[in-house]
Write a protein that binds this ligand. Structure first.
Ligand SMILES: [Fe+2]
Length: 458
């Protein structure tokens, strides 16, 4: 091979494996942007290097990013499964704030997506990891892209060229070792350390990490006893704090309850991000510590909602969605969240100005609009993890996700896919796509009501 061809071939190998120049075998580098409180972006790098890389913004001299969390073996929090193992983060995580209006960002020579103050194209995905769960003998074929669709969705949706990406939570799913006789998940990483985050998130999500800044919503898989340690290292947008790292159970009362924050997406519209990762499956008693904590945070949500005419509420658990049970039964929305919200807003559950809610957790797509005065709902938990049983095409008469929430329009899909929202003028249009990028359903939003039609109809 001629020298030039040899160099091209070498560079092509580096590109394929996502390494930066100078990286050695077994090394890892990924850089991306997360968006946090008040829409402030933070550039983040994950690297096997022990030093943080340089960041360059708008042609200014490069400067070193700050160490967020050095590589470490961290305490094993036990997880949710019988088998557990040591939790190793073999990578350093580095941060650097991105000033408003930045036009060009690069980390170690890699161009990062630039935050857009008023994004017009927003991609929404949820529940992306590959389930390996011994307690349910549930082992998805993580080695088969037809069975675990996140990589396909990531690569397809990146071509749509979003300005902003929302992940609705539940990222790390490989909690138990793959059984010896199961070829579908053979050789998979498992547990809560970096190797699992790499397999479930960084590798399959690479195209989207490069495509646009991310708003990450925390799921129950990212609660402190599960993958919370990785959550705070890689995706939580606020500064890293050992008391909120999930390393020490003594601080879980803080670690499991992140403060809500708002991300402006238009002059008149914002996302409100709520951490419901620890929400229970049944109503809380008023004396329950989680009830009291959520009550304070939901008052903060009301306060945040007062700052813009329109707010879209993001939480992993669907407050007003449906889950599917056996034999076509339909399970109403999260009663734990409802029990707290009812104390502030007895009928609507949500404060004024919250027009729409977006959730994951249920591994389906749902679109729900109400005759009653409730915000419309999208559930988008169908971006990779094993799908839930489909919901019936039509709800039984009177099915309500919460008492008094009278359904007007209901659509659902039990296929893998993703949701987008696009703004033209002041109007938002939502589209549900299949994993290969075929538009399936298109919805308009007027006030707090959505109206959807199959994407083939105009
Ligand atoms: Fe979940």
């Amino acid at each position: 091979m001629k020298p030039k061809a040899l160099i091209r071939s070498f560079l092509s190998v580096l590109f394929t494996f996502g390494l930066t120049a100078g990286a050695s075998a077994g090394s890892f580098f990924q850089a991306y942007v997360v968006v946090g409180e008040a829409g402030k972006p933070v550039a983040r790098a994950v690297t096997t290097d022990t030093r943080c890389p340089d960041i360059s913004i708008d042609g200014k001299p490069p400067r070193a990013m700050q160490m967020r969390a050095a590589a470490a073996n961290v305490p094993n929090r036990g997880g949710a499964q019988t088998e557990s193992k040591g939790v190793n983060f073999s990578v350093a995580v580095c941060d650097s704030p991105v000033p408003a209006g930045a036009k060009k960002i690069s980390v170690a020579g890699v161009a990062l997506p630039v935050p857009v103050a008023h994004p017009k194209r927003i991609l929404i995905i949820g529940d992306t990891g590959c389930r390996m769960k011994g307690s349910e003998n549930a082992f998805q074929s993580c080695n088969d892209p037809e069975t675990w669709a996140f990589r396909t969705i990531s690569e397809t949706a990146a071509k749509w060229k979003p300005d902003l990406i929302v992940h609705l939570g539940d990222i790390n799913y490989r909690e138990s070792p793959c059984p010896a006789d199961n070829a579908g998940c053979a050789d998979s990483a498992w547990g809560y350390g970096f190797d699992t985050w790499n397999a479930d998130f960084f590798q399959p999500g690479k195209a989207l990490l490069r495509a646009a800044p991310w708003v990450a919503v925390r799921g129950n898989h990212e609660s402190c006893i599960r993958a919370g340690q990785g959550w705070f290292r890689f995706l939580d947008p606020s500064p890293y704090d050992s008391r909120r790292s999930c390393d020490d159970p003594a601080f879980d009362t803080d670690g499991d309850f992140s403060e809500p924050y708002a991300v402006p997406i238009a002059a008149d519209t914002q996302l409100i991000v709520f951490d419901s990762s620890k929400a229970a499956g049944k109503s809380y008693a008023a004396e329950d510590a989680a009830y009291k904590r959520y009550l304070v945070q939901l008052r903060q949500v009301d306060e945040l909602a007062r700052s813009k005419p329109h707010s879209f509420f993001l939480s992993h658990h669907p407050v007003l969605g449906f889950a599917s049970g056996k034999d076509q039964t339909v399970i109403p929305g999260n009663s734990a969240m409802q029990s707290v919200m009812r104390a502030l807003h007895p009928d609507r559950l949500f404060g004024p100005g919250i027009d729409l809610t977006l959730h994951g957790h249920v591994h389906l797509f749902e679109s729900i609009s109400f005759k009653s005065d409730h915000p419309s709902v999208f559930v988008g938990g169908n971006a990779g993890a094993d799908l839930s049983r489909p919901l019936p095409a039509a709800l039984a008469n009177g099915a309500q996700p919460a008492p008094g929430a009278v359904v007007d329009e209901f659509f659902s899909s039990g296929e893998f896919g993703y949701l987008t929202m696009e703004r033209a003028g002041r109007a938002w249009t939502f589209t549900e796509w299949d994993r290969h990028g075929k538009a399936m359903l298109r919805c308009g939003l007027a006030g707090a009501k959505t109206h959807c039609v199959p994407a083939t109809e105009k």
